[in-house]
Structure formats: C-alpha cells, structure tokens
Design a protein around this ligand. Structure first.
Ligand code: 5AD
Ligand code: FES
Length: 348
C-alpha cells in the first residue's frame, strides 16, 4: 500500500477504486507509514503548534431526531438547558483568560434562539472580543440567515455533512432531514465567506468503505478550511444504541488521509476520539490533526450535552481541561498556542 500512500501525498487525491483498496487492505506497517508522512507534513506547515478552540454548548434542545444523537428530540431521558447571553459571555471571558482566541457556539437546532437572538449573541461576543474568531455550529439554516450571522461577526461554521451517500444518510436520519440540504448549507456558507468544516462519524451504523470514499471525495470537492471526524459512539437512549462503536484505528488512518488530501486544513483531534481511547487525542495529533477543542461550558450543564455515552471531561472545569491538554500535548512534543488559528493557504 506504500505506493498508494505516496501517490495520495503527491496528487492529494486517489480514484474511488484506489481509495477503496487503501481502506480495505491497510496493515499496521501501512498505518505507521501514513502517520509518519502525515505528521511530517503537518510539522512542516504548522511547526509544533496545536490550535485551541473553546466549545460552548449553549443549548441541548433540538428540534431534530437524528437516530444516533443523544440530544435528539425524542430522548425524554434528558434534562434540557439553555444558556443565557450573559452566561455565554461569561464562558468567553473565562476562555479568553485561559488563552482561547476562538469561541465555538455549538447547540442543537433550537428555535428558541431566533435569528434576532443569535445575532444579538454573536454581535455581543464580536464587540467584547474583537481579536477572537467566532465559530457557529447550530445546524441547517437559510442562506439569508447565514448571511446575517456572518455580518454580525461570525467567521466560521461547523456543519458535518454526516455522510455523503444519500441512501446512507436516510438510514441515520428521519425523512424530513436530507443530505442534499445539508450539502447546500455547506456550499452557501462557503459562498458567504465563512471558513467551513464538514465531517462525518467513522463507523456509523451501516457505513461501508465505499461510503467513506464518497465522504473523502465530497470533502475534496468542497475544499473546506476544517474537517471534523470522530468515531461513532452509541448512546443508550437512541435507536442506534445496539450498534458497535467506530474504530480508533480507522479514525486515525482517516485523519492521516485527510491531512495528505488537504495539507492546509485545520483538523481537530475530537472529544469522541478522546472518549474511545485514553490517549485518543494525542494519537490523533500524531496522525495529522492540529487542533483541540476543549469544552468551555459551565460544569453544571456539561453532562447534559450528551451526544454519546461516556463523553470525557464532563466533570472538569474549563481551566482543568486547558491545563490537562497543555500537559498531554507537551508530552508528545507539541505546544498549545494563543492564536485564532485561522485557515491559511500555506501551500498551493
Ligand atoms: N457518536 C459520535 N458522534 C456523534 N455526533 C452526534 N452523535 C454522535 C454519536 N453518537 C456528532 C455528529 C454531529 C456532531 C456535533 O457530533 O457528527 O454532527
Ligand atoms: Fe478535560 Fe483532560 S481535557 S480533563
């Protein structure tokens, strides 16, 4: 497989068949080869720097009913919460002192936060923290709504496409949710000027190697600024609870592949990766990731933002996670930087 990995690095893309071959016949030696190439490329472009994003999970209400997600509307086993604007701003203040220069407002699709309310929240953060990036992760909206939030001061948007295959998408979502609309949202966001981050779960129920290849080709075509992937982790109160967890190894391999495909991209070692293995985030960095996204939400609400079971860091204060990660990252020879960590086209 070394030839295919070399070809991927040289051309930053493979054919569908080559990708399938690569994904289905990986040996341990291939992974080591891939990780060392991906890591060397990341080091060359970013040095030993790891970028921080502070995630504020401001509402766990959601109008949607995705079959895999713990905060789906049909989960009656969950205490719901909403943070007030003042509470969100307090998270930012705490985060700023801890060296965060990107705030990610993440929530379920919660209509209680009307466009006007979101504009007010975003412009208040923009005004108080002119030197920080604001990332939104609040789901599918109309072009005009995305546009107004951008004008209010948001810079980036995370919206995982979840799976590029329309049939697979329908096995993970109710009929009112459509892959096509999600992909439309990503293209709209990019057109407006947001830095965008699609992504998918590794090992989601019914996922085939061909589906993953579709995901890689979709991402390549979108040419995003960020990509978020993590293993699927079952949540006990969802219809997909009986399915097995996604594989750590495959997630790491895909991080390496994504780095070779999109050298400039900001790629997080996600919380889900840290949940399936105690050193998951460190391994993610060593496979090509260059971002970590600790939680800035108030400790009282953390365990309620339960997308999947056994999520890490729900009992820790923001400062504890900040220093925990600092040590972990130092331990593998990297350093967290105080920087917005904007996407830059470092290599063509
Ligand atoms: N396991 C792993 N990731 C999940 N997400 C939602 N539910 C799960 C789960 N059970 C991911 C989705 C979503 C992101 C916010 O979290 O990909 O886009
Ligand atoms: Fe939260 Fe380590 S990152 S405790």
């Amino acid at each position: 497989m070394k030839e295919l990995i070399d070809k991927l690095q040289a051309e930053r893309i493979l054919t569908k068949d080559e990708f399938v071959t690569l994904l289905t016949s990986f040996t341990d030696e291939d992974s080591r080869y891939l990780f060392s190439k991906a890591r060397a490329l990341t080091d060359e472009l970013f040095g030993k720097k790891i970028y921080l994003r502070g995630v504020i999970e401001f509402t766990n209400y959601c109008r949607n009913d995705c079959f895999y997600c713990g905060i789906r509307k049909s989960n009656r086993n969950l205490e719901r919460y909403r943070l007030k604007k003042e509470e969100i701003l307090a998270c930012c203040e705490n985060g700023y002192k801890l060296g965060f220069r990107t705030f990610v407002l993440q929530g379920g699709e919660d209509p209680w936060y009307s466009l006007d309310k979101m504009i007010d929240i975003v412009s208040s953060i923009r005004k108080a923290y002119p030197d920080c990036a604001i990332t939104l992760s609040i789901g599918e909206k109309k072009f005009e709504e995305y546009e107004q939030l951008f004008q209010a001061g948001a810079n980036r948007y995370l919206l995982r496409h979840e799976t590029a295959d329309f049939n697979h998408y329908q096995k993970l979502h109710p009929p009112n949710l459509k892959a096509e609309n999600r992909q439309r949202c990503l293209r709209d966001l990019k057109k407006i000027g947001y830095q965008v981050g699609p992504g998918f779960m590794v090992g989601s129920p019914y996922q085939t190697p061909e589906n993953i290849v579709e995901d890689l080709l979709f991402i390549k075509e979108l040419d995003p600024h960020m990509v978020g992937i993590g293993p699927f982790i079952p949540h006990k109160d969802t219809p997909l609870a009986p399915f097995p967890q996604g594989s750590l190894e495959l997630t790491l391999i895909l991080l390496g592949i994504l780095r070779l495909m999109l050298p400039n991209a900001m790629i997080p070692a996600t919380t889900a990766l840290g949940t399936v293995h105690s050193k998951g985030r460190e391994l993610g960095i060593l496979a090509g990731a260059n971002v970590v996204m600790p939680n800035l939400s108030p400790v009282e609400v953390r365990d309620k933002y339960s997308l999947y079971d056994n999520k890490i860091c729900t009992g820790e204060e923001a400062a504890e996670c900040r220093f925990c990660l600092e040590n972990r990252i130092k331990g593998i020879g990297y350093e967290i930087v105080v920087d917005r960590g904007d996407y830059r086209r470092i290599v063509q």
